[in-house]
Design a protein around this ligand. Structure first.
Ligand SMILES: [Zn+2]
Length: 451
């Protein structure tokens, strides 16, 4: 099978933002991942893009204008004058005000929107944005370290072309913001595997399956602590295999949160890079356009390891277990290896018994049985009177209707070439000479140095 074309989105500014002293979310982890990806030479096989920064109008396809205006204006100095808004938009605690919070959030979202556009125009089979995957943000509310929901925005973009989009989430936390955004539509199926029970955000019971036209199109797989590779991969393949049969999506968004790895600062699962990436490999095997996103992940060195390894898996390229020299090499001591071991002490015993998993899997497959198999699947296109998209979002029928109309006779050229994302041909790295970098083709309009 010919190699997939991968569009990789990265903005070198992303690592410069700080949530504040002691906050577990560290944007620097994305820069560490990027450094490894560059120094393993993986960038040479990808189209590298610096995303065009999304406008407020772009973000308003999901988020409310007052919320975006607040994010744009708020600074640490003006917190005291905006206490009511802080409360209303849930900013202040887990989601602090920090310098550049709006710009940071826009950078993260822009890669996911740009990636979806590359998939829509057919210039890439797979798009990657490790700074995305911020799945908790709501229409008018920050949540769980997330301010702008890039997952939702990328799905909205994909819906311009695709009748059905599948969202998969292997972060340890429930993908609640994405589920809520598409709760009442059958054009988007969401499927989240997550720790459940006395754990953030608290939602994602196996009985939560969506409402109205979206009933049975929200799939939740609740899990207990310390699930291991073999078990996780088994349930993932069983459930996702069945979804692919029954739902037959035109495109997939896969949120690859790294907090489901063993040894995560906030997580309580026991996956290694290999188990986590096996899910990525499985999704890729269906040969459907895929948007790959980051997400949580709070042990930075392991986040960088995981997303580098998953990039190599997407490229079908074996990489050495010995980490290459890179700017952040000292973070990876004492062994300086790519792969990590599962936790093996008795207190890390998998608390998901085979009986429990059989029960949940049966429940999920039963939910999926209630949707008709594709291609005869009756899809509610959201016409007035037939339910449709969640009315609690700004993602209205008119957004979809107008794009669908536009897209009826659309050519790929028409969708493309709006001067969108900048193709990067020159990566300034400490260990690579410029001549080795991807030589851009005709759609390149300039050099963008990345470091
Ligand atoms: Zn998470």
């Amino acid at each position: 099978m010919p190699k997939k074309t991968i569009a990789y989105f990265y903005d070198s500014e992303v690592g410069n933002y700080h949530f504040g002293y002691g906050h577990p979310m560290k944007p620097h982890r994305v820069r560490m991942a990027h450094e490894l990806i560059v120094n393993y030479g993986l960038y040479q096989q990808m189209k590298i893009y610096k995303p065009k920064i999304a406008s407020k109008q772009d973000l308003m396809k999901f988020h409310s204008e007052p919320y975006l205006n607040f994010l744009e204006k708020i600074t640490r100095e003006t917190i005291q004058d905006n206490i009511e808004d802080m409360k209303q938009f849930s900013v202040g605690q887990d989601c602090p005000v920090f310098e550049g919070v709006y710009d940071f959030s826009k950078i993260c979202a822009s890669g996911s929107i740009g990636g979806a556009e590359r998939l829509n125009e057919g210039s890439a089979d797979i798009a990657v944005n490790w700074s995305g995957g911020l799945h908790h943000a709501k229409k008018s509310e920050a949540s769980g370290f997330c301010y702008i929901n890039d997952c939702v925005l990328s799905i909205i973009e994909l819906l311009k072309i695709h009748e059905r989009v599948l969202y998969l989430d292997i972060d340890i936390h429930h993908g609640d913001g994405v589920e809520e955004a598409f709760l009442t539509t059958n054009r988007v199926m969401t499927c989240s595997f997550h720790k459940y029970g006395d754990y953030f955000p608290g939602t994602g019971s196996v009985n939560d399956v969506g409402v109205n036209a979206g009933e049975n199109y929200s799939i939740n797989y609740p899990l207990n602590d310390w699930i291991d590779d073999a078990t996780y991969v088994d349930i993932f393949q069983t459930v996702v295999g069945d979804i692919m049969n029954k739902f037959a999506p035109g495109a997939i968004v896969l949120q690859c949160g790294a907090d489901s790895l063993a040894g995560d600062r906030l997580g309580l699962f026991n996956l290694t890079l290999k188990g986590h990436a096996e899910c990525v490999k499985f999704v890729k095997s269906f040969n459907v356009p895929v948007m790959i996103l980051g997400g949580g992940g709070y042990t930075m060195r392991n986040v960088a390891r995981l997303w580098t390894y998953e990039t190599s898996v997407l490229l079908d390229t074996d990489i050495s277990n010995n980490l290459p020299a890179n700017k952040y090499f000292e973070y990876f001591g004492p062994n300086y290896k790519l792969h990590i071991d599962a936790l093996s002490s008795p207190q890390h015993k998998n608390e998901n018994t085979s009986e429990y998993l059989q029960n949940i899997t049966a429940h999920v497959l039963d939910t999926l049985r209630k949707i008709q198999s594709s291609p005869s699947v009756q899809i509610n296109t959201g016409q007035p009177g037939t339910g449709g998209l969640n009315k609690d979002t700004n993602f209205t029928r008119s957004d979809i209707d107008s794009s669908e109309k536009d897209n009826v006779d659309i050519t790929k050229d028409k969708l493309h070439l709006e001067g969108k994302d900048e193709r990067v041909v020159d990566i300034d790295s400490t260990t690579q000479s410029k001549g080795e970098f991807y030589d851009g083709d005709k759609d390149q309009d300039g050099d963008v140095a990345m470091s």
